[in-house]
Design a protein around this ligand. Structure first.
Ligand code: SF4
Length: 330
């Protein structure tokens, strides 16, 4: 695109962003000079959480841990508890580890330094560096991918094409605002289905709009197949107390406590027989989808005299475990 036309496009988008961007709790300061801790926190939350839910978590986290030192000093269990329900708990663990690094070294001052922290990938590092320090590095998330693909009418944008194009088009003087403007456009107007081209400040520049291909650009990604996992959950309880075991640190639900789950290779009755508890009581079944896995869990319960039973509401639990334990309620 000729430079003059690109300038017009950039100014049209920034003008729209300056007047129309949503006011969100992490956007209270101007893009480019925001508090790095708050930008980092919001970006980690937004990685897999919808904006409406991320707002609540962001506010709760800031209240509990107003700065990186407070977060670093907190026990991991407290962080996980506050993260409860946000899913993808590896993020909370990385958040805590990164806070501990930053409490010693200070907040990173560049894209490259942010990239070294656990849980911070290329997009997140670029977003933080541009929003907090106006560093001229393009942030490419799913929204930006869609907007750039449509502006160029490119149905199959590769990673390298996206990074190169985004960097070429970056408005360096307002790098943070530019990145956020593209993300915002993708989130509110240039949505995957039914983009609102008639309200879009870039409609006259957009090849997919002009050539009426928005419904086909970008082409849908092939989705990974969902794998079904059959499992048996055994709740050992006494009155309000239950037994919770800590899951292995790596893998799904890493490090979280939960109801013991075992793969169901045979039928539930044979498995219970093998465990020596054929009289465990059937409570129901739970279906739960998590990262390309569909859990189908049959839930049984048995009274227990173990001494290590705990009150489940005091422990950070995954949604799956919350669903399982809900079956125990009278
Ligand atoms: S004109 Fe339509 S397709 Fe093009 S960027 Fe705007 S909303 Fe997206």
């Amino acid at each position: 695109m000729p430079l003059l036309k690109l300038r017009k496009l950039q100014l049209s988008l920034l003008e729209w962003y300056d007047s129309e961007a949503r006011v969100l709790p992490w956007r209270l300061q101007a893009a480019g000079s925001r508090d790095g801790y708050q930008v980092w926190l919001s970006e980690v939350l937004l990685q897999q959480t919808q904006v409406s839910r991320a707002i609540l978590y962001f506010q709760n986290f800031l209240e509990a841990f107003p700065d990186v030192r407070a977060l670093a000093a907190a026990p991991l269990e407290d962080v996980l508890k506050l993260w409860e329900g946000a899913g993808y708990y590896a993020r909370a663990r990385s958040l805590h580890r990164a806070a501990q690094i930053m409490a010693v070294r200070g907040l990173p001052s560049s894209f490259e330094a942010w990239l070294e922290l656990p849980g911070v990938g290329r997009y997140t590092a670029a977003a933080i560096a541009s929003l907090s320090a106006n560093q001229a590095v393009a942030a490419v998330d799913g929204n930006v991918r869609r907007v750039l693909a449509r502006l160029h009418n490119n149905p199959n944008p590769t990673e390298s094409w996206l990074l190169e194009t985004a960097q070429d088009w970056l408005f360096a003087a307002r790098a943070g605002a530019w990145n956020e403007a593209l993300i915002e456009l993708g989130a509110v107007l240039c949505t995957p289905k039914k983009p609102r081209c008639s309200d879009c400040p870039l409609s006259s520049f957009c090849k997919a709009n002009l050539e009426q291909t928005t419904s086909r650009v970008p082409a849908p990604k092939t989705r990974a197949k969902v794998k079904t996992i059959q499992a048996l959950a055994l709740i050992q309880f006494h009155a309000d107390l239950v037994f919770l075991e800590q899951r292995p640190k790596k893998g799904l639900l890493g490090g979280l406590f939960g109801v013991p789950l075992m793969a169901l290779n045979a039928d539930a009755a044979s498995t219970l027989e093998e465990l020596g508890i054929p009289d465990a009581q059937f409570l129901g079944t739970v279906s739960h989808t998590m990262t390309h896995r569909q859990f189908e869990v049959v839930v049984y319960a048995i009274q227990s005299k173990r001494s290590d039973l705990v009150l489940a509401k005091n422990v950070a639990l995954s949604r799956l475990d919350q669903k399982i334990l809900a079956l125990l309620q009278p």
